[in-house]
Design a protein around this ligand. Structure first.
Ligand SMILES: [Zn+2]
Length: 201
């Protein structure tokens, strides 16, 4: 019933999370009524999304350069590494404006039932990163802050990392206090997060 171009757009929009066919149709008609310039900008933003987005070779954050804005910021302490499950976990921590170290994105948490074994995560990369830092300056301590959600997977991953990294002679702490079991870092308020950082052990 719908003309082909509208139907095509509705089909694409329906694939987005939380967008059903009715919402997709509404959006398609909304866009049909927008100025050409807006639609061109919109199309270009989508086209460039994957073309221009790269992964930081140091921490695996997203970037448009070789190193991300956090890793290339010389005012940040490169010897304090906050290890997180994924990129979205960086956002609430950065929002607190109280963390001055860098990050390491693991790319998941250990969950053997879902096939997520330690080898599938960026643990080797973390080890190499720590070793490189230690080689660069032997007198500086490296601190690893494990900032995982307080879930079974978070606990398993923290215990695993504490075990494999213990031989490297670094300080390993974990966020904990104030974060209730099963809660999600992404939705944790700033005060709770700041307290969890201050109370890390
Ligand atoms: Zn980075």
């Amino acid at each position: 019933m719908l003309p082909e171009p509208i139907k095509n757009l509705v089909d694409q929009l329906s694939k987005l999370p939380e967008i059903g066919p009715r919402a997709a149709t509404r959006l398609a008609f909304f866009m049909l009524n927008q100025p050409d310039d807006y639609l061109k900008d919109f199309a270009r933003a989508i086209e460039e999304l994957k073309q221009k987005t790269k992964v930081c070779q140091n921490c695996f954050n997203l970037t448009t350069d070789t190193a991300c804005v956090i890793c290339s910021d010389t005012r940040r302490d490169q010897n304090t590494i906050c290890v997180v499950e994924d990129i979205l976990d960086i956002i609430p921590i950065e929002r607190t404006k109280r963390y001055n170290g860098v990050y390491h994105i693991l790319g998941g948490l250990i969950a053997p039932i879902e096939g997520l074994t330690p080898e599938k995560l960026r643990i080797k990369e973390l080890e190499n990163r720590i070793k490189n830092l230690q080689q660069k300056d032997k007198n500086k301590t490296v601190e690893i802050i494990l900032a995982f959600n307080p879930t079974t997977e978070g606990d398993t991953t923290a215990l695993y990392l504490q075990r494999v990294l213990s031989s490297l002679g670094i300080k390993i702490t974990r966020l904990g206090r104030g974060l209730s079991t099963g809660s999600d870092l992404e939705y944790t308020d700033e005060t709770t997060l700041i307290n969890a950082f201050l109370g890390r052990r």
